[in-house]
Design a protein around this ligand. Structure first.
Ligand code: T5A
Length: 208
């Protein structure tokens, strides 16, 4: 049986995470690996129910603490019901967002990065991906891609002001600088196929 691996894809809105997750999954399957495609918030029945609570409704539906707890609860269920069982049978799990999104989005206002990591220790015993691929793209290009797809509609969190999203991007970059063994920044500009090659290079050392 091959060794299971857990890879998360991170980045701002419209960077191309979902597109790349599908392409990476296809590339790994051609190598004979079982691949599970999943996402956060969501990825299990309970976590998908929490996703609906988190991403719909008014901007003030949840305060910062309640929001962070809901993300942590969804993640705990996602790991227990989807990620762990797949890892145990030797599958590769690709997740569209994971803990670093909570650190970048929820951990820089009322709550700190340490607060988010503490919630993750309580909810998920500190479980981390084998590798995190951070898609980087200038804000204007990313929001242009998202706008071309969605028009002006966005969810409860995606619709926040551009200085919030700028701070999110800076937090992600800091994780890549400070936790480079796990978090690899990948240039997400250019054709999708070219970006997929960059992602494959960034996990080459984990492949069987
Ligand atoms: N959140 C999430 C938190 O606050 N805390 C957390 O802990 C977690 C887990 C989730 C929201 O929740 C927040 C963050 C988010 O605000 P979501 O619906 O899952 O929201 O959406 P996002 O993760 O934000 O992702 P998006 O769907 O907006 O963007 P993607 O997945 O990065 O981009 P993708 O692949 O859909 O591409 C966008 C468009 O660009 C095109 C695609 O075809 C698509 O139309 N595209 C390209 N165009 C040109 N060249 C390329 N190389 C392209 N790649 C893709």
């Amino acid at each position: 049986m091959s060794i299971g691996r857990f890879i998360s894809l991170e980045g701002g809105e419209g960077a191309g995470k979902s597109t790349q997750l599908r392409a990476l999954a296809a590339a790994l399957r051609t190598r004979g690996l079982e691949v599970v495609e999943t996402r956060e918030p969501g990825g299990s029945e309970g976590a998908e129910a929490i996703r609906a609570l988190l991403l719909t409704g008014g901007a003030d539906r949840w305060n910062a603490r309640a929001e962070a707890l809901l993300f942590a609860a969804a993640r705990a269920d996602h790991i227990e019901k989807t990620i762990r069982p797949a890892l145990d049978r030797g599958a590769w799990i690709l997740s569209d967002r994971f803990l670093d999104s909570s650190r970048a989005y929820q951990g820089q206002g009322e709550l700190t990065d340490d607060d988010i990591l503490a919630l993750h220790r309580i909810g998920s015993v500190g479980f981390l991906p084998d590798r995190t691929l951070l898609l980087t793209l200038p804000e204007e290009e990313a929001s242009g891609r998202a706008r071309a797809r969605d028009g002006d509609s966005s969810d409860r969190i995606g619709g926040r002001a551009s200085d919030f999203h700028q701070a999110v991007a800076e937090a992600f970059s800091r994780f890549a600088r400070e936790e480079g063994d796990r978090v690899r920044a990948i240039d997400a500009s250019g054709a999708a196929e070219v970006v997929t090659v960059r992602l494959l290079e960034a996990i080459e050392d984990l492949l069987p």
